[in-house]
Design a protein around this ligand. Structure first.
Ligand SMILES: [Zn+2]
Ligand SMILES: [Zn+2]
Length: 392
């Protein structure tokens, strides 16, 4: 069976399972679950994979809502990531139900020809992309051992060859002072909210002297209870983003100094906790992107580079994957331009006919890309070479 024939057969298999894929996409969408609580998604995806004769490991890598499923016995091993966590309040506004269903579909398509052309596919169900870093723990626990390349698609309001990513780490900061009656004897108080506000303002001053691709943004999670009580505690949650992990390490102490120094000014104390893991930027692999873009174009879905076509800027734990194996993270348009991810409007599109088209097209383009890597040693080699050239 040549590559073209294999791609046709894979697409047919995806079409045959269209109802199952869309049912799963809609079912995950209707049951939004956050970081590490994705029990429904984990159940429906692993059940489907088992029904399709994949060897399935539930609760894989010590994470109850992670899984691994594989098919094929020889040849290059290509991993497809399924994300399925949702956001607080706005459900599947990042469309991870589409990522999960498209990943499943890609595996279904590839599996249909795995034995005939000689390849292995691993479906990696990765929880908690929205902050919990499921992929990072999976990597530490061996999820990418023996994997030659990894891919996923992400829905957006535009088709793109890659997402513009930056590294990120989160921090929780808590200030402690002394409570006192704010009118009767305020001189006895030490105001933790003042300490936090000064920290916030220090970051505002710092922002003028950071690089254009760096981002620092935080929210107050505790600002006291009542105006007539001097706040004894205050707390904030921040995201600190930079171009890559090295830049992030340079920026982090500057932000920390800005945040914590308000404590000295106000006679308070301060504690902080860096939330692990940090997310790396995504190392691009042009050779790999080319394969995907060619396959997607053959479906009538042209995948331009970010630029005039638009761009999506963010952070993802797929970045950490890209430091270990060659990786792609193309964006698949499922919503009109301007309806961005992480909005309630986008959540509606994630289960609409355009969302469904993203599932099927994404599945086919990924399955065909897997087949390229299985059948063409040149393709696999150029992807490996591009990875070697970009690894920091
Ligand atoms: Zn998101
Ligand atoms: Zn997302």
């Amino acid at each position: 069976m040549d590559a073209l024939e294999a791609k046709e057969k894979a697409s047919e298999a995806i079409e045959m399972h269209r109802d199952l894929l869309l049912e799963i996409s809609h079912s995950i969408h209707a049951n939004p679950e956050e970081n590490y609580a994705e029990h429904h998604a984990h159940a429906v995806l692993t059940k489907a994979l088992e029904g399709l004769d994949f060897a399935v490991s539930r609760g894989a890598f010590g994470l109850p809502t992670a899984f691994e499923a594989s098919k094929g016995s020889t040849g290059p091993n290509i991993a497809v990531f399924c994300e399925y966590d949702a956001l607080p309040g706005i459900g599947h506004a990042c469309g991870h139900n589409i990522i999960a269903a498209a990943g499943l579909g890609a595996a279904v398509g590839a599996a249909a020809v795995a034995d005939s052309v000689g390849g292995r596919v691993s479906v990696l169900g990765s929880p908690a992309e929205e902050g919990g870093g499921g992929k990072v723990f999976m990597i530490e626990r061996g999820a990418l051992d023996g994997v030659d390349a990894a891919m996923m698609i992400h829905p957006a309001d535009v088709d793109l060859r890659w997402m513009t990513t930056i590294a990120v780490q989160q921090i929780h900061v808590t200030w402690r002072g002394e409570a006192a009656h704010a009118a009767a004897h305020p001189w006895d108080g030490r105001n933790a909210l003042d300490a936090a506000v000064l920290g916030y303002m220090n970051v505002a001053a710092l922002r003028q002297h950071i690089r254009p691709d760096e981002r620092i943004h935080g929210v107050f999670t505790d600002g006291g209870d009542k105006p007539n009580i001097v706040p004894a505690t205050a707390a904030m949650h921040w995201f600190i983003r930079a171009a890559n992990p090295e830049r992030l390490e340079t920026l982090k102490p500057r932000v920390l100094a800005a945040l914590t120094s308000g404590a000295t000014a106000t006679g308070c104390t301060v504690e902080y906790e860096w939330l692990e893991p940090a997310y790396a930027d995504l190392l691009r692999n042009p050779a790999f992107e080319d394969l995907y873009a060619t396959n997607s174009s053959s479906l009538g879905r042209v995948v331009p580079e970010p630029g005039e076509a638009g761009a999506v800027v963010g952070s993802t734990d797929m970045g950490n994957v890209s430091y270990v194996v060659p990786s792609i993270h193309p964006m698949v348009s499922v919503a009109p331009r301007g309806v961005g991810i992480h909005t309630a409007g986008f959540a509606d599109y994630a289960a609409s006919p355009t969302g469904d088209a993203g599932v099927i097209d994404g599945a086919k383009a990924m399955a065909m890309t897997i087949i390229d890597l299985w059948t063409s040693p040149t393709a696999l080699e150029s992807v490996a070479n591009a990875f070697a050239a970009t690894t920091r």
